[in-house]
Design a binder for this molecule. Structure first.
Ligand code: PLP
Ligand code: LYS
Length: 416
């Protein structure tokens, strides 16, 4: 079921025509479907069934408070990578005791903040980080719950910029050093070993690397158990891919069920999932308006009001996202366009070589824009960042106002 569908020639977001959203809130704007978010989240949760588990939505994919509040109402946990993300989770009504804290560079202030909120676990990425967490916990006279992020060294076969499970990556502890680091953790008075975690990359479309990684971690858990180090949860990270074009990633339930087959003999070991993209990417669109049509010698350009500052994935990863009209029209000649923004960079494109029948003032919709969209937006070229809206059946909720000019220089000062 797709909640962004045409009825006749008109594209709808749930029960609302996209055109109406643009008229009400202007363009460019991001729109997220509540029903889609909930359906994706439940797909993970239901597939895990009765086995002890927690879905910790990866906040980095889309950290809008409205989105987080939808997730919080479902009883979701959260995977965070900064004090800022923890603050957002709390602000949105999320439960800090369901928060796992990932990331390679946690500061003392962030650790102290997270300890004061009694988070579920720190996913630790290095020996110096263990030492730092122990130090902060001892100052507060508490025990910090920790998990070690083990790098299982499996090739996730994804874009090199978003592959994280290989030896050459900055993330995690190499498999062969894992026992030593767990022993080190056990020696610290203010740490409490809770779990083991991994995250092998993002936009993975094959199930095999996930299962391989899980198998490697389970062997390690057994090895630690023999040494008297008990692990009570296993966090398998995120990374499940989505269909942007013709990819065929496993459905969340197929993915979760594949991992569950390995867990049948371990009813006590709680599983944690950290999906980001799989929940949010196809729950969101970016609406943009065609400003000009420009016919060049070699190319036709549709210059739109969204740019790489609003959605950087095409420019950064050559990512392909579908671009479709809000209203199908046959009044205009069919032509092949590069869809580009107004920013002064050749790399400022949203899509290339797209066949469309469009004219100035038409609305275009960039699909699969709910994850790593607004969160990676910037003010480059002093452009105000777009509005964000959640559609819930026939209701629209403005969950982030479009920036205004004075937001651009907030906190800046001129000198005399
Ligand atoms: C530790 C960790 N967990 C979860 C995620 C979410 O990944 P994805 O959006 O691919 O599910 C990421 C980002 O790749 C991550 O670094
Ligand atoms: N930002 C990336 C994904 C990064 C994953 C972060 N761990 C994307 O848009 O695909």
């Amino acid at each position: 079921m797709d909640y962004f569908q045409y009825q006749d020639t008109t594209l709808f977001a749930e029960n609302v025509p996209v055109q109406q959203i643009a008229e009400q809130y202007g363009t460019p704007c991001y729109v997220y479907s509540r029903a889609t978010i909930e359906r994706h989240w439940h797909a993970f949760d239901n597939a895990a069934g009765k086995h002890p588990h927690l879905i910790c939505y990866a906040v980095k994919a889309n950290s809008n408070l409205g989105v987080l509040s939808v997730m919080a109402k479902l009883g979701s946990g959260f995977d965070i990578v900064s004090g800022g993300e923890l603050s957002r989770v709390i602000e949105a009504g999320g439960d800090p005791s369901k928060v796992v804290f990932s990331g390679v560079g946690k500061t003392e202030q962030e650790i102290e903040f997270a300890l004061s909120k009694n988070i579920l676990c720190f996913n630790v990425e290095s020996a110096p980080e263990l030492e730092r967490i122990n130090k902060v916990a001892s100052q507060l006279d508490v025990k910090a719950p920790i998990s070690i992020r083990v790098n299982p060294d499996v090739d996730a076969k994804t874009h090199p910029y978003i592959s994280t499970g290989l030896k050459a990556n900055k993330f995690g502890i190499p498999r062969e050093n894992a026992v030593a680091i767990y022993k080190l953790a056990a020696s610290y008075e203010h740490l409490e070993i809770k779990g083991m975690d991994c995250h092998i990359g993002s936009q993975l479309t094959d199930i095999v690397p996930f299962v391989d990684a899980l198998d490697r971690l389970l062997l390690l858990i057994d090895e630690l158990a023999d040494m008297g180090i008990a692990i009570s949860h296993l966090d398998v990270g995120g990374g499940l891919g989505v269909a942007y074009k013709d990819e065929t990633p496993p459905h969340p339930d197929t993915y979760v069920e594949a991992l569950m087959t390995r867990m049948k003999t371990r009813p006590e070991l709680k599983l944690i999932f950290e999906p980001g993209r799989a929940i949010m990417a196809n729950a969101g669109i970016l609406i943009t308006k065609v400003e000009f049509i420009k016919h060049g010698e070699e190319k036709n350009f549709a210059i739109v009001d969204a740019a790489m500052n609003d959605l950087i994935r095409p420019a950064l990863y050559s990512a392909w996202q579908n671009i479709i009209p809000a209203e199908i029209s046959t009044n205009n000649p069919k032509a092949t366009y590069d869809i580009v923004g107004p920013i002064c960079e050749t790399g400022d494109f949203i899509g290339k070589d797209r066949e469309l029948e469009i004219a100035p003032d038409d609305l275009l919709v960039v699909r699969s824009a709910g994850a790593y969209g607004f969160v990676m937006a910037s003010n480059y070229n002093s452009r105000c960042r777009p509005a964000e809206i959640i559609v819930d059946k026939s209701s629209l909720h403005l969950v982030r106002e479009r920036e205004v000019l004075s937001d651009l220089w907030k906190g800046e000062h001129i000198i005399e």
